[in-house]
Write a new protein. Structure first.
Length: 117
């Protein structure tokens, strides 16, 4: 009985996290942040052709609220803002790498099954 309850809690936690990670562009934003130590908004936007500024800003805000990225505002004119992954999100990098490898295997041509007569 305890194992079932624990499994349900894990499923809920994954579901809650997937609310953020499952949104369009979220994984690509994380991937680009994983490649560079720190990145500015316009640099990130250029790395993601097709994303609007509004959507990028929304994804960054959502991930900041979830503790996946941090935002540093430098007191300059004009203000310089950099985004980086938190330690929590760097842990996620290992999982995303494995997920990417699995996705590549899944997309590779499948063997045609043969009938045994």
């Amino acid at each position: 009985m305890e194992q079932t309850e624990e499994d349900e809690q894990k499923c809920k936690a994954i579901g809650n996290m997937w609310e953020v990670l499952g949104r369009r562009w979220a994984l690509l934003v994380l991937k680009n942040l994983h490649i560079k130590e720190a990145i500015r908004f316009n640099e990130l936007k250029r790395a993601l052709p097709g994303i609007s500024s509004t959507v990028l800003a929304a994804r960054l805000l959502e991930m900041e609220r979830e503790g996946l990225i941090s935002k540093k505002i430098y007191p300059e004119i004009p203000p310089r803002v950099e985004y980086r992954l938190t330690a929590r999100a760097r842990e996620l990098g290992v999982i995303l790498k494995d997920l990417g490898e699995w996705a590549q295997r899944w997309r590779s041509p499948r063997l045609v099954s043969t009938k045994i007569q």
